[in-house]
Each structure stands twice: as C-alpha cells, then as structure tokens.
Design a protein around this ligand. Structure first.
Ligand code: EPZ
Length: 424
C-alpha cells in the first residue's frame, strides 16, 4: 500500500488545470451502453474508479480503451448483462450501470452493492425508480435479478433527491416507450452533464439541474464525441489545500458556480477570492477565522464531499465552527485522524464542533475514505513537521496524481513504499 510523507510549512503558488469529473464520467460511461455505437469521451480522469468502470464495460462485451485523457467505448458488441461480485466490490457505484443495461437489454444481474466507509449505501430508491418503469427485480443469494418485458414511461417521484437514483432513472427511461417524468430529482451539475451527453446521443431529455427531469425513449445516433465536465470537488479540494498551506493559486478551466458554496465559505474565513469566467484565484496571507455553521445538503446546498476538506481549513482558524452532515451517516471518520495532528474536534452524531488551534503537529495518520484522505493531506500541508499518511489508495479513487498536483504548487510531499516507511 502506498504511503505519502508530507512536510508542512510550504506555501502553495501557481496555476492548476483541474481534472475531469469522476462523478460525471462514471454515469456517462454507463450511458455509453445505451448508445450501441462508438463514443469518444474527452477529459476523462485517470482514476481507479474509472479503470473499474472500464473493466465492467469490457466484461459486458464492450470495447473500452484509453488514449491519454480520452476513452473510446464501443458498445455495439455488448453480449452480457451481468456484473459479478468482484467487479461490484471494486466500485460500489457500479449500480449506476443497472439502468443502462436494462435500457439496452431489458435484463440485468448484479451482485448487491455493499456499504462503504461512509456507512450503508442502500439502493432502495434506485430499485423503486426502475420498478416504476416496469422492471421486475428479485434478490437471491446476494444477487439482484432484473428483467422487464419492455420498459414503459412513467412518473417517478424520488423520496430523496439521490444522485445515483436520479441517474439510474434517467438511463433506464432512455430505453422506455413513451415519456418519463422524474420529480424531486437530484440537481447536481453531474446530472446536467449526463443530460448533455444523452442529448448528444439524440435523447429527448430536459430539466436536469431542476427538480423535474423529462425523458423520452429514443434511438441513438451512430457515433458521438463528448467532453466531460471539470471536477468541482477536486476544485474545492485545491482551494482548501491553499487555505491550509497559505499562498496563492489559480484554478484554470473551471466553472466557478459549480463550487461557489465552498468558495464563499473560504471567502468568509478571510481568503481573498478572485472569480473570472473560467478561473478562480485564491490568496491566503493571514490567519483565517471560523466560518458560519456548515450544513451539508443536496445541490445547490453545501456538498457533503467537500465537508472533510473545509473542516481541514477550519482546524487552525480562529474561533469555532459547527458542521452538520445530513447526507451520509458516517462521514466524520477523518475527525479522529485530524485530532492525531492536534486538532480540537468534538463529534456527536451528525454534528462536529471544530475549535481552531494555534498549531497542528505532524503525525502518522490513515486515510479513512476518498475525501477524508485528501483532507488529511490538506491539513498536513499546514502542520509543523512531517505527517505520514497511510492507506492513500482511497485518494487514488478520485484524485489524479494528487501528490504531483500539490508538488507542482510547491508542497513537500513524497511517495514511499509502506514497508520502508515503517522501517525509517
Ligand atoms: C453520489 O453518490 C456521489 N458518487 C458521492 O460522491 C456523493 O457524495 C453523493 O452522490 C452525494 O452528493 C458518485 O456520483 C459516484 P446519493 P450516491 O444517492 O449517488 C441515501 C465521492 O466522494 N440513499 O445522493 O451514492 C444514501 O444512503 C462520492 O465522490 C438511500 O437511502 O449518493 C445517502 O445517505 C462519495 N437510498 C444519501 O441518500 C438510495 O437508494 C445520498 O446518496 C440511494 C441513496
């Protein structure tokens, strides 16, 4: 397992071009199954989750090849409709393939996706949405068996604006006869990106970004190319790293509005922010102050994925911040690791109270999940001395060359083989 050693104290300076979005490219790769044609996806990040999605596509009989940041998918020869346990375990969000497989083949078999570090990850909303369209779903021996005698357009009301369930409903509706209306849909920018990709395939779809999405079945075009959106959570991560380390960095080719809730929280803490059409510049040259209470909500509320990252920026801020995590039930595992660096955090259920301390001190810590791991690196940038971060494999799921990105800005971060790290 890889280990990173971070020596705190270096300020960050320079420009960053942010990677393509993990949470946009994954459902779009699933949507390529519906196409039954050749698709060329540009700006695809090099991540272990994306590799896992490519393995699933190949297992289904599709071609999936990468050339640089472009992935070529050809789903014309798709000849399977099952996703086995080992591939489902590699990436729990593989459930997003279910709607697309049903739309294409009207049958699917998936090993039931388990929970993850953030807590149980139920898929009841996904299954209810697919049943509204006429899918028959049974569970046996840990596997989900789905089939339909032809999906029919329907009204689907989601009891919670689940991102994944919204995406699965959109994808399955593309294979349904007639019109489908999804209400209380998730409004994240990644949903809009999926809509735009489906439109490029010829889909008659509208409303993404609002609570009501309308989809009509369609026959896809023969070949499409599409550029995936920039990753808004990686953008927010870079800003929080600068807030922890100090200095001045500029994010290029981004959509500032996609992560404005994080940017404005950092601005309220005393970070200088300069927003332009496709870039955001942050300058941090003073001690920060605690922001107003942070409550995570579905988009356009404060994103749960940025909660660990903004918490890192609060660890040395003057004053106290109250976080409330409304989306996942176990998303404070990074707090105990922050406390190993000397942070002052009290967690009670979904609430975390963070009181700024004057100094953080480097120590051995372990990444607990994707965003928690990135937040540990951010906090280490502002700690005195060396922090050794274990289990950094979590970070590789969502961040392309995270260490190299930070090194390019002046951070002192080194990769080390775990065996060596424990000896030295
Ligand atoms: C997506 O997960 C993202 N993953 C997550 O990003 C992100 O944190 C989350 O949306 C919220 O924005 C991808 O897009 C691949 P949800 P998803 O369905 O779709 C409950 C990261 O760091 N729920 O909106 O799984 C669920 O338990 C990852 O990149 C049900 O109860 O999120 C959770 O409490 C982490 N039943 C809440 O809804 C369901 O059927 C939000 O889940 C589905 C969800």
């Amino acid at each position: 397992m890889s280990v990173w050693k971070v020596s705190g104290g270096n300020k960050l300076y320079g420009d960053l071009r942010i990677q393509g979005s993990k949470n946009a490219v994954l459902p779009i790769m699933a949507a390529a199954i519906i196409a039954g044609c050749e698709t060329e996806l540009i700006n695809c990040p090099r991540l272990s989750d994306v590799e896992a999605a490519m393995s699933i596509l190949r297992h289904l009989g599709c071609k999936a090849e990468r050339e640089g940041d472009t992935i070529f998918i050809d789903s014309r020869e798709m000849n399977r409709t099952d996703i086995p346990h080992d591939l489902m375990r590699e990436m729990r969000s593989s459930v997003i393939f279910l709607g697309a497989i049903l739309a294409r083949a009207h049958e699917a078999k998936l090993s039931y996706p388990g929970g993850c570090e953030l807590g149980p990850r139920p898929i009841d909303l996904h299954l209810e949405a697919l049943k509204c369209l006429g899918a028959e779903i049974t569970e046996q021996g840990g596997d989900l068996y789905c089939r339909d005698g032809g999906l029919k357009g329907a009204r689907i009301n989601l009891s919670f604006p689940s991102v994944g369930a919204t995406e699965n409903a959109m994808l399955a509706a593309c294979g349904a006869e007639g019109e489908t209306v999804i209400t209380n849909a998730a409004r994240e920018p990644e949903i809009v990106d999926l809509q735009e990709f489906l439109r490029s395939l010829g889909a008659d779809i509208s409303g993404a970004g609002t609570p009501t999405i309308t989809v009509s079945g369609f026959s896809p075009r023969k070949r499409v190319g599409y550029r995936v959106m920039t990753d808004r959570i990686v953008s927010a991560t870079a800003l929080c790293c600068a807030a922890c380390a100090g200095g001045s960095i500029t994010l290029k080719s981004v959509v500032p509005a996609d992560f404005e809730t994080v940017t404005s929280a950092l601005e309220s803490m005393g970070c200088e922010i300069e927003r332009r059409k496709n870039s955001v510049k942050i300058t941090v040259n003073r001690q920060l102050r605690a922001p107003r209470p942070i409550t995570t909500r579905p988009y356009p509320g404060f994103p749960t994925d940025a909660q660990p990252l903004l918490m890192a920026a609060c660890l040395k801020a003057e004053g106290t911040t109250v976080f409330t995590e409304n989306i996942f039930e176990n998303r404070y595992r990074h707090a105990a690791e922050f406390c190993r660096l000397g942070a002052d955090i009290n967690v009670v259920g979904r609430v975390a109270v963070v009181t700024g301390v004057s100094e953080l001190t480097g120590a051995p810590v372990s990444a607990t999940d994707l965003r928690g791991g990135a937040a540990l690196i951010a906090a280490a940038l502002g700690a005195t001395g060396e922090t050794t971060v274990y289990d950094t494999g979590h970070i590789a799921r969502g961040y392309e060359d995270f260490d190299k990105m930070l090194m390019s800005l002046g951070a002192d971060i080194k990769y080390e083989n775990e065996r060596l790290a424990s000896v030295v």
